[in-house]
Design a protein. Structure first.
Length: 155
């Protein structure tokens, strides 16, 4: 086996995008206890703090499984925001200021999140928003999460 030859496998589902370099990455780590411990100094350096934003979630493969579910949740949140703002924008008699509403929701609301922060940022630049197609490319990750839920009998 590859283990007999000295190879080890650690998987790290990573979130944080281009902001991770500045803010630290969220890392969901799969692998043996020994192998993850060996990488701990690196993981602590890349995380937002040595004791926050990363964790050993299980054996090999668990890190990417957790990241897949993370992405399914992320896509659901993005869809909910998109539909909510579409409903607000479809009510012309109120002349709602979507950027203002996003700013209100960003502070103190139960729907606040980093994704809402990003949404609010682009809503302040309507000329740029008009150039963006209202379509999100399908990477397959959302479908993988749904397929896994079906296979696990999770409604």
């Amino acid at each position: 086996t590859v283990t007999d030859r000295g190879f080890r496998f650690v998987d790290v589902g990573t979130s944080g995008g281009i902001w991770g370099l500045r803010e630290g990455y969220s890392m969901m780590v799969g692998g043996s206890v020994e192998d993850v411990a060996r990488l701990q100094p690196i993981l602590e350096t890349l995380a937002p703090a040595p004791d926050a934003g990363w964790g050993h979630v299980g054996g090999p493969g668990a890190g990417h499984f957790v990241k897949m579910v993370h992405n399914g949740i992320e896509y659901g949140l993005m869809q909910a925001y998109a539909e909510g703002f579409a409903i607000l924008g479809a009510k012309p008699e109120y002349a709602l200021d979507l950027a203002q509403i996003a700013e209100i929701w960003r502070r103190g609301s139960v729907v606040r999140s980093w994704l809402l922060d990003l949404t609010a940022d682009v809503l302040h630049r309507p000329e740029e928003l008009r150039r963006i197609a209202p379509v999100v490319a399908d990477s397959g990750e959302g479908r993988w999460t749904v397929t896994e839920a079906i296979e696990l009998n999770v409604p």
